[in-house]
Ligand binder design. Structure first.
Ligand code: AMP
Length: 124
């Protein structure tokens, strides 16, 4: 069975899309820890990042770097990277615009308009 992230990549489940290329896909985390919390995912469905082949790993980290620099440029805040992977068995990196109220596991409630507003700012 496909992971929820594969369903998002295929357009079967909606998301707030930030970026796509031939090997990677990025969208807003639906339970953000800070406003702009983004997930970067390889299109190939593999559970753990260290199980990706080198080409997919390098593509993933190129996108992580590109989106992080853009996030910092747009929001003026350091971008945190986080890898957990215990909820969704499809490799992904969390990108978080740091703010001083950030706590691991926090769940900010944003309206659809707020998600869409930050999506438009961060989309590449
Ligand atoms: P983890 O596997 O612990 O790294 O966490 C998986 C992340 O995926 C969590 O932060 C969830 O909020 C996020 N997530 C799960 N389903 C969706 C979805 N449909 N759209 C956006 N983010 C999601």
């Amino acid at each position: 069975m496909s992971s929820i992230f594969t369903k998002i990549i295929k357009g079967e489940i909606p998301c707030y899309k930030i970026y796509e290329d031939d090997k990677t896909f990025a969208f807003l985390d639906i339970n953000p820890e800070t406003k702009g919390h983004t997930l970067v995912v390889p299109k190939n469905e593999v559970d753990k990042i260290y199980e990706l082949d080198d080409e997919d790993y390098e593509a993933l980290m190129r996108t992580v770097k590109k989106l992080s620099k853009n996030m910092e440029k747009v929001l003026g805040r350091r971008t945190l990277w986080k890898v957990i992977g215990t909820d969704v068995p499809h490799a992904h990196v969390h990108l978080l615009p740091y703010d001083e109220t950030w706590e691991h596991g926090r769940n900010l409630k944003l309206t659809e308009e707020e998600f869409e507003e930050i999506r438009q700012k961060l989309a590449l």
